[in-house]
Design a protein around this ligand. Structure first.
Ligand SMILES: [Ca+2]
Ligand SMILES: [Ca+2]
Length: 96
């Protein structure tokens, strides 16, 4: 049985490999967009003052952000991380 599975894997994988990669990548992207919130730079599930500090650190150049941090820090989604994102995030935090 195990050998049969192995054979099946060899036969199926080459034709579906690219497709599977694509599916996995799409799933990861979907997950990133649905699970993560803009502004939650440290990915702790909350948007709070800690995230504000990190974004300020990024703007000041004290923190080298990951791709995800850059995405999450661009709270107003205008393509740049700047003081407007800090203001927007602070407003979100205080407005609840
Ligand atoms: Ca957070
Ligand atoms: Ca922005």
């Amino acid at each position: 049985m195990r050998f049969f599975c192995f054979l099946l894997t060899i036969l199926i994988l080459p034709s579906t490999d690219g497709e599977q990669d694509k599916t996995v990548k799409t799933a990861i992207q979907d997950n990133m967009e649905t699970r993560d919130e803009l502004g939650d730079v440290n990915q702790d599930g909350e948007r709070n003052i800690a995230d504000v500090y990190i974004i300020v650190g990024m703007i000041m150049g004290h923190i080298t952000p990951t791709d995800h941090m850059t995405w999450a820090a661009d709270v107003n989604q205008d393509g740049v991380v700047n003081i407007l994102d800090v203001v927007t995030l602070v407003n979100i935090i205080f407005e609840g």
